[in-house]
Design a protein around this ligand. Structure first.
Ligand SMILES: Cc1cc2nc3c(=O)[nH]c(=O)nc-3n(C[C@H](O)[C@H](O)[C@H](O)COP(=O)(O)O)c2cc1C
Length: 316
């Protein structure tokens, strides 16, 4: 076993203009607006950044219950973007971020380009907001299709928001519900994304054989958790190698990260930073454990900086 001074191991990573003290962040929608997690872990010590749930222009109640269900190795959710809306978010939720002392990324959703622009413009002027993550898995009111599944529509959205955002890191969160995620990744990058995050949930459904009914009130929902990890790893690896590395656009990897081994695997596939989502419902202290394990892994392998792992998987 190689050992070095464990304190000297550099866990920091860079996402464009943002420096994170460590690569771990929350995945949008899995720990509310921040205070929900503070009784379990010290956010400042264990997270490189905090990512909020999606914020829309107007408040939204979301879908009727049941809107979550456990599945083999994961869960389905059809929350429907429930949130307090832009103005209450700014008035009631941002004071917490001012005291947090780690970068804050606000996830933004909308049903038209104008809605995204309204939310992004307002938040870009707020000092304690460091990044804007576009949730593009939302249907466009004009044709009912998701922004994130069509490279042309996605490019138009990202290019328009790009013109309005000058202070915050602009992150585009890719949908995995596409034939070729490299095409949408390329569209996001060419339209001005500073960073990509991937993956959002995969479409799924759960049925109760006894009642013969769909379990979710919404019928279908988004699958997340360890069940989707191999899909997420393959998508991160492809996007990193085919477009992101050359464009120097960092990737925030997510999809089933539960242990330090998962974290290492996502780095090796090409992720610079990592988000933990569904695992927080099982173990809200998981980020602290993942971070400790990652540090020990680097120490045991004589690696002085976590950045040295990025994209280093050997393929046959
Ligand atoms: C209950 C729940 C709510 C979510 N809400 C959002 C959301 O509001 N916006 C968003 O972009 N992604 C949302 N996601 C997707 C996660 O941020 C993440 O992309 C996905 O769950 C994969 O990561 P995981 O397997 O670690 O959970 C949600 C996921 C879950 C499980």
């Amino acid at each position: 076993m190689v050992t070095q001074n464990i304190e000297s191991i550099d866990l920091s990573v860079r996402l464009g203009s943002l420096r994170l003290a460590n690569p771990l962040m929350t995945a949008s929608g899995t720990s509310g607006y921040g205070p929900e997690l503070t009784s379990f872990i010290d956010l400042r010590k264990n997270l490189g950044a905090f990512v909020t749930k999606s914020v829309t222009v107007e408040p939204r109640k979301g879908n009727p219950p049941p809107r979550t269900v456990e599945t083999s190795g994961g869960m389905l959710n059809a929350i429907g973007l429930a949130n307090v809306g832009l103005e209450r978010f700014v008035a009631e939720k941002t004071p917490f971020f001012e005291e947090l002392n780690i970068p804050v990324i606000v996830n933004v959703a909308g049903h038209s380009i104008d809605e995204y622009v309204t939310v992004c413009c307002r938040l870009d002027s707020i000092d304690c907001v460091n990044g804007l993550e576009l949730n593009v898995s939302c249907p466009n009111v004009s044709d009912g299709l998701e922004f994130g599944t069509d490279p042309v529509r996605l490019g138009e959205l990202v290019a328009t928001v790009r013109r309005e955002v000058s202070n915050s890191l602009l992150i585009v969160k890719l949908s995995p519900n596409v034939t070729d995620i490299v095409t949408t990744a390329r569209a996001a990058i060419e339209s001005g994304a500073d960073c990509l995050s991937m993956i959002n949930t995969l479409q799924g459904m759960a049925i109760n054989a006894d009642s013969r009914r769909a379990i979710l009130a919404n019928t279908c929902g988004g699958l997340s958790g360890p069940a989707i990890k191999p899909v997420a790893l393959a998508m991160v690896w492809k996007v990193y190698n085919r477009v992101a590395r050359e464009a120097k656009v960092p990737i925030i990897g997510m999809g089933g990260i539960a242990t330090w081994r998962d974290a290492v695997e996502f780095h090796l596939a090409g992720a610079t930073a990592l988000a933990v989502g569904t695992t927080l419902f099982v173990d809200p202290e998981a980020p602290a454990k993942i971070l400790g394990g990652l540090r020990d892994y680097l120490d045991c392998n004589g690696i002085s900086s976590v950045s040295e792992l990025i994209g280093q998987v050997e393929t046959r």
